[in-house]
Design a protein around this ligand. Structure first.
Ligand code: HEC
Length: 219
């Protein structure tokens, strides 16, 4: 900066010095600088208050929002209707897989391919994809004697698994495991209903294992 550009003190006609201006403004703003001459934008206690609110709010949402999942998050705080509870009930395919692993897989194998010549396959079996009435009876009461599965004859005995048998599976579990074996290996048959299993069980009661010849007379 050259000397000619410097403001000439004699030209400064303001009656107030810089310090006086500063002090006047400070009075208007109502703020005082701290001991190092700096102004604070936000009072510290306000900063703490907002941090606290954000923390409490965030914790509340994390704890109670249910990740906004429609089955958990109840936006209007009303008790769910009866139908909504049923929709959350156990998936028959999950229940069916559990039953299969615990009861059937020992003989028919986790792959559903069976263990010839002792245990016939379920994957691809015409007994599985065929009549629901026969399939339900096989699991409820068991099966014995010769049976042809996918062109191969087996002569063995399958224990009963329905209510009152050694496995004592409820109609709901029998329905679930049949739904599972009909679906798991690429089948397209409709799921088996627990009501249907209970109906067949009511009709036949407890009885000795079926033979394939007896079952073939049932549609
Ligand atoms: C202890 C071994 C054993 C268990 C456990 C068992 N099965 Fe069997 N299953 C057999 C045998 C053996 C046969 C063939 C019976 C015959 O020769 O008459 C058979 C036949 C079948 C058949 C008809 C033939 C076919 O392959 O499609 C179906 C369906 C069936 N079982 C389903 C099941 C289901 C579902 C379960 C579980 C709830 C189960 N089995 C548990 C041994 C078993």
């Amino acid at each position: 900066m050259s000397a000619s550009q410097r403001p000439d003190p004699s030209q400064d006609r303001s009656p107030l010095s810089d310090d006086a201006l500063q002090a006047g403004h400070e009075q208007i703003i109502g703020k005082q600088p701290d001991e190092k001459g700096r102004y604070r934008l936000l009072p510290l206690n306000l900063l703490f208050l907002f941090s606290g609110l954000i923390f409490v709010g965030g914790t509340y949402l994390g704890r109670f929002s249910g990740h906004f999942h429609p089955k958990v998050f109840n936006e209007y705080g009303q008790p769910p209707k009866a139908g909504a509870v049923a929709a959350v009930a156990v998936d028959p395919l999950v229940l069916g897989k559990n039953v299969y692993v615990q009861v059937c897989a020992a003989c028919h194998q986790p792959t559903g391919l069976g263990l010839p010549p002792a245990f016939p396959p379920l994957a691809g079996s015409e007994w599985v994809s065929g009549s629901e009435e026969r399939l339900i009876r096989i699991v409820l009461h068991g099966l014995q004697g010769p049976i042809k599965v996918m062109g191969v004859e087996y002569i063995g005995a399958m224990p009963a698994a329905g209510p009152g048998s050694g496995y004592n599976l409820s109609p709901e579990k029998v329905a679930a495991v049949l739904t599972y074996i009909r679906k798991e290996w690429g089948g397209v048959e409709a799921p088996v209903a627990a009501g249907k299993v209970a109906e067949v069980r009511g009709k036949e009661g407890n009885r000795q294992p079926w033979t394939a010849a007896e079952l073939e007379k049932i549609p």
